[in-house]
Ligand binder design. Structure first.
Ligand SMILES: [Fe+2]
Length: 212
């Protein structure tokens, strides 16, 4: 088919502005997600059921109490390349702010239907996805209230990242001592993506490793 004069002119304009082949494209260089502490409530005893749905425990029929949340995102390196096969461990307090951990002296109730811990890997595109309930904040010892957060321990092929993810628009965020001390707080606060038709709140959170 004959090309129109407009198409040919468009191609010529594109060729004129394209970088010569010997000039390397500038790689977008991201900031790494800052590390945080493991904290005292990394589970001593991992549950037998450690799948990516924390709202149900295998062998039980009940569902965890609380607002169901779907959290997903991508793990990339500083150049923005996805990190497939990264291993994630995830743990968090329940919807009342209590960890299933013997050191947690919070008097809030445990929830036998809440899994509290998950172990999963990123897919070929570096993405992960969990379904959980939104944790409540809890008293952080002498450091005031902790804002709601989810703990991550992430192992890529060369990097490890221990980090806590926070929720946007939380009144407790402004007072959380760890979040206030974070050097890049915007990188550890998830993005709200709205609710789906069944009322599940969706959040997106990407993590950036240095080398993958
Ligand atoms: Fe915590």
């Amino acid at each position: 088919m004959l090309q129109s004069r407009r198409q040919i002119l468009g191609q010529l304009a594109g060729a004129a502005t394209a970088a010569p082949a010997f000039v390397r494209p500038v790689q977008a260089r991201l900031e790494p997600t800052p590390n945080e502490i493991v904290g005292p409530f990394y589970p001593l005893a991992k549950p037998a059921d450690a799948d990516a749905d924390l709202t149900m425990v295998a062998g039980r029929t009940g569902r965890a109490i609380g607002q169901v949340v779907e959290l997903s995102g991508r793990i990339v390196d500083l150049a923005g390349r996805p990190v497939p096969g990264a291993r994630l461990e995830i743990w968090q307090a329940n919807a009342a702010g209590r960890y299933a951990h013997p050191s947690d002296d919070n008097t809030a109730p445990l929830d036998p239907n809440f899994q509290g811990y998950a172990r999963l890997s990123t897919d070929a595109g570096g993405t992960y996805r969990i379904v959980t309930v939104k944790p409540a904040g809890y008293p952080g010892g002498g450091r005031g209230m902790r804002a709601p957060h989810i703990h991550f321990d992430l192992a890529g092929s060369t990097d490890r990242l221990v980090v806590q993810m926070y929720f946007p628009d939380e009144p407790l965020n402004a007072a959380d001592a760890l979040l206030r001390a974070n050097i890049r707080p915007a990188m550890v606060i998830a993005n709200a993506m709205g609710a789906d038709a069944s009322g599940i709140l969706r959040y997106r959170w990407d993590m950036v490793l240095r080398t993958g």
